[in-house]
Design a protein around this ligand. Sequence first.
Ligand code: NDP
Length: 453
Amino acid sequence: MGKIKSVNPFSEQLLKEFESYSEDKLNEVLTLSEKAFKIWKEYSFEKRSSLFNKMARKLRDKKGFLSTLMTSEMGKPIKEAEAEVEKCAWVCEYYAENAEFFLKDDLIISDASESYVEYDPLGCILAIMPWNFPFWQVFRFAAPTIMAGNTGILKHASNVPQCSLAIQDLFEETGFPKGVFQSVLISGEETDRLIAHKTIKAVTLTGSEQAGVKVAASAGANLKKTVLELGGSDPFIVLKDANIDDAASWAVKARMVNNGQSCIAAKRFIVVDSVKNQFVQSMAKAVSALKLGDPLSPEIQVGPLARKDLAESLFDQVEKSISLGASVAVGGTPPVGAMFFPTILENVKPGMPAFDEELFGPVAAIISVPNEQEAIDLANQSKYGLGASIWTRDFEKGKVLARQIESGSVFINGMVKSDPRLPFGGVKLSGYGRELAAFGIREFVNIKSVWVK
Ligand code: NDP
């Protein structure tokens, strides 16, 4: 049992320290979750919806406090933290309105006098969540899963314990029955015993590929279902007929969102040769103009990475790519503490970390290609497959190419983003299962067939 520390990554100041939960305390949490499930699964959709609508109001009322907490603990620009709280309110309202419809019995014609499928809750679902969107990732899991009648236990990333506890408080203040949603403060390594516990019926993880492998193995050893939302190295494909300045302006947003720490951030910019110089110049101008500094100041666009070690390992990936032949168009200087300077690398090729690995920070990798087909081939030459974007004035061609791309989503002339109305998730090493929309709420239910003679 160790300490869980909350550290401001910009000032490097220790904000708070917590004891990791003891075995006894974890057992109390599990017991309470089981008790809460018995009560909560009997709540009508109407009652559940009314609580989630109340939660949305509470999130908006407390937006200032919650966004400041988030920014202080993990460094995202405060304006983005405020937008994140708003998005959490949206997903609560979305499932408050649609959950009953998504989970209504499906009548099916068979040899029975009546047959149908019903969607029953499973029980307590464990969510292992990352620090990059410390509220959104949790609400994206909690709103559908709990609206379906399950209870939830959150094991949040160890660098955001205050966000974790604040979310539990929100559930309690809103009036959800005690135990419907609980947070536990434990390290990643200590999570195995929770996964193995009989109360936990399934597990969802958002995080790195390495964590995904461990959690899936541990859940598999206990025959429990997992949903995994892992890393990405999303391609942003610019064709010669694209509006280049518009694409470059979106490229900067798509790469720099959340200080570059987003699974669906565009990471590999695959640009057709004939427009590459214009695209890079336009992107370089915008990247050089970004305002860096204390993320609590509203004018700041790029703050620190969430931890110093993350900045150091990102710089290793940049240096290694340069030693293998990449050139620096902007930035490329070593981090100062957790502050990483926005960087554009050119001449990136397969075999370099900037192509093969996930670069989780403000580093854009430019890959030039002679034609469209090569662009698609390189887009697919990745172990990941989360979201891709294609920039072209020819929508029909964009749709044809979209079919050839191996990823969970493709955006044509738009930046990849999550939206409660659209399913979200990946293929290949980006994970499996889907979140959001009707698909997300059906991940953690028992799809039960009922047959009447
Ligand atoms: P991790 O994947 O280690 O952390 C994500 C979550 O998984 C945290 O709650 C973490 O807990 C937990 N975890 C880690 N190992 C285990 C384990 N063996 N069993 C159970 N839970 C575990 O990410 P990092 O913070 O180390 O970031 C490293 C890299 O991961 C990033 O640079 C990025 O490439 C990727 N990443 C991707 C994210 C995404 O949105 N897809 C989000 C975050 C990271 P704890 O913090 O206690 O270790």
